[in-house]
Ligand binder design. Sequence first.
Ligand code: BES
Ligand code: MN
Ligand code: ZN
Length: 496
Amino acid sequence: MEFSIKSGSPEKQRTGCVVVGVFEGRKLTAPAQDIDRAARGFLTEVLRRGDLEGKAGTTLLLQSVAGVPSDRVLLVGLGKEREQGESAYRKSIDTAVKALRATGTTEATFYLTGQALRKRDTAFKVEQAVLGIMEGMYRFDRMKSKPPETKRALKKVVLHVARRSDIATGEAAAARASAIAEGVTLARDLGNLPANICTPAHLASEAIELAKAFGLVCDILEEKELAKLGMGAFLAVARGSRQPPKLIVLEHRGARKKDDPPVVLVGKGVTFDTGGISLKPAPEMDEMKFDMCGAASVLGTMKAVALMKLPLNVVGIVPATENMPDGNAVKPGDVVTTMSGKTVEILNTDAEGRLILCDALTYAERYKPAAVVDIATLTGAMVIALGHVATGLFANSDPLARELLHAGDAAWDRAWHMPLWDDYQEGLKSNFADIPNIGTRAGGSITAACFLDRFAKAYPWAHLDIAGTAWKSGIDKGATGRPVALLANFLARRSA
Ligand code: BES
Ligand code: MN
Ligand code: ZN
């Protein structure tokens, strides 16, 4: 997709489709009024017929409007003028893209980006438009035997800004957002791939490809090396699988000072989570192919970081394995020794994410990191707590938590700060080992974070539980690519 920024008037655009907004109550926005004037009141007339009220989520496509040089005019309902905020804005973009997909146009000029939005600047509006358009145009057809018949796809998008002086800002924002969108797309592709293809070895080869394409440094640690490092918890999860585990390490060395302490991202890469011997029930178990979305977000973010050429050192670490039941699988009650030396009693083999992450968090210490952020589809309880809107954020450092919350707000990929108080640590007591791998069911996401916290004492650390936000269920089942936008924004701010 090619994005460009312009500030010209809508009635003069010679393009496949101009996209303008209409508020509820059939109120034309300023660019819609300009078109209406050029078309001698045609828009007003059409709206009077009652075909578009301006409600959010609705559109009306007009063809060959007399007096307007563009082939089409797409009117997009924005909802109530007084209720315009970030969500309404994103919804208007998403609605427009959906309508454009149904047409044969290959180009469009969006006037929605030029509109005033409370507390948000041109950069935000352009970034969200680029991310929304890329998200809306995304399709995952790789597994279909024949590509589905589709209309010609959108190729060129012009985003309108209010003033000529906004063009440079708009262009920079579009470039940044395109890089982030590429990262999001990679994360979605990896998430959507079935687990018989997206194995630990597949994730490793994707990392190697990324390294080759973008000059990153990649290292894949095999089972033998993991054993030598003493990663007893990670290897316990991998025991039941025929697929060998991999520890993927990917480095972007972008800092001006070579040995600047890096930011380390650690992503849960369980390519399929059956629960192991603590087997999960059958319904929706297919969705456990998404249990590597943390890993996918790390690879996606590394791609975005490389495309943005951020002057920052970033390390991505992905412990990748399946979690399977087997004659050789780890059993409830088994005690394993982690790389840190701490012993863990595995009371439930379905609490495997924390077992692979704890060893990866210990491994991260060797980088003397400025900060470590892990990203994981860790607990079903997270979905109960925050639904599918916010990612759960836990941290042992308030400044780091604030940075991530802020990045999430700026990228409109929001997180919510959850408590990690000592009071919650009390649930983690084992009769037989240093700690059990499960705590109380109450506050399950918090006790899971408490477990990880025990292994993250050497650096400022944050944990993003993306169980509710990494993918959608139901008819638009599929990976979302979250939280690549949050992470890319966080790293971009760190490097500024
Ligand atoms: N991958 C799951 C978490 C999950 C479940 C995410 C459903 C999204 C939807 C994780 O490995 C898991 O199984 N967690 C258990 C932990 C429990 C055994 C303490 C859970 O949440 O039930
Ligand atoms: Mn599990
Ligand atoms: Zn899992």
